[in-house]
Design a protein around this ligand. Structure first.
Ligand code: FES
Length: 145
C-alpha cells in the first residue's frame, strides 16, 4: 500500500507551513476552564467532511488541530509533532490520519498513535463532544508532552 501524503511543496515543508489554516472567523471559538468551545455555524471549515482548523494563541494553552474526519467523527489533537522539529499537523485526505507538515512526514492514526516517520511518541488526542451546533473539546487531560 502506498503512503499518502498531504500535498505540500518542498519549500512549504522546509518552512513548516501547514495546509490547515486558522479560522476565517476568529470568534468561532473560545476557551474556558480546560474546555474549548467551537461554534460550527461560524466555522464553515469544519462543516465539510475532511475539513480542519488549527486553533492557537490567545487564552489557549496549547495548539489544537480539529478535524471533521471523513468517517464522520470530529477529532482533536495536540497540534505538535512529537519529532524534534515539533511542527504542525494536517489531516491526510482519504484517510483518518494526520501528518506532520515537515519534510519527514511523521504520520499518526486517528487516536494519535504513530504510524510512520521518525516520530517515536504518539500525539495526544482529546475527547470531542458535539452538542447541536457546538463542539466541546476537553483538553484538561493534557499531559504536557
Ligand atoms: S517535526 Fe514532525 S517529522 Fe520532524
Amino acid at each position: 500500500m502506498s503512503k499518502r501524503r498531504v500535498k505540500r511543496s518542498f519549500f512549504q515543508r522546509i518552512l513548516g507551513s501547514p495546509a490547515t489554516q486558522e479560522p476565517a472567523a476568529a470568534n468561532c471559538w473560545n476557551y474556558e476552564n480546560g474546555q474549548l468551545f467551537i461554534d460550527l455555524q461560524r466555522a464553515p471549515e469544519l462543516q465539510i467532511s475532511g475539513g480542519a482548523l488549527r486553533l492557537e494563541g490567545g487564552s489557549l494553552p496549547l495548539r489544537i488541530l480539529v478535524v471533521n474526519s471523513e468517517d464522520g467523527e470530529y477529532r482533536a489533537y495536540h497540534n505538535r509533532c512529537t519529532h524534534i522539529g515539533h511542527r504542525r499537523l494536517d489531516p491526510v485526505p482519504g484517510t483518518n490520519t494526520v501528518q506532520c507538515c515537515s519534510l519527514n512526514h511523521s504520520t499518526f492514526g486517528c487516536h494519535g498513535e504513530t504510524i510512520d516517520g521518525p516520530a517515536r511518541r504518539s500525539i495526544q488526542s482529546f475527547p470531542v463532544e458535539k452538542d447541536q451546533e457546538k463542539l466541546i473539546i476537553s483538553i484538561a487531560s493534557f499531559s504536557g508532552k
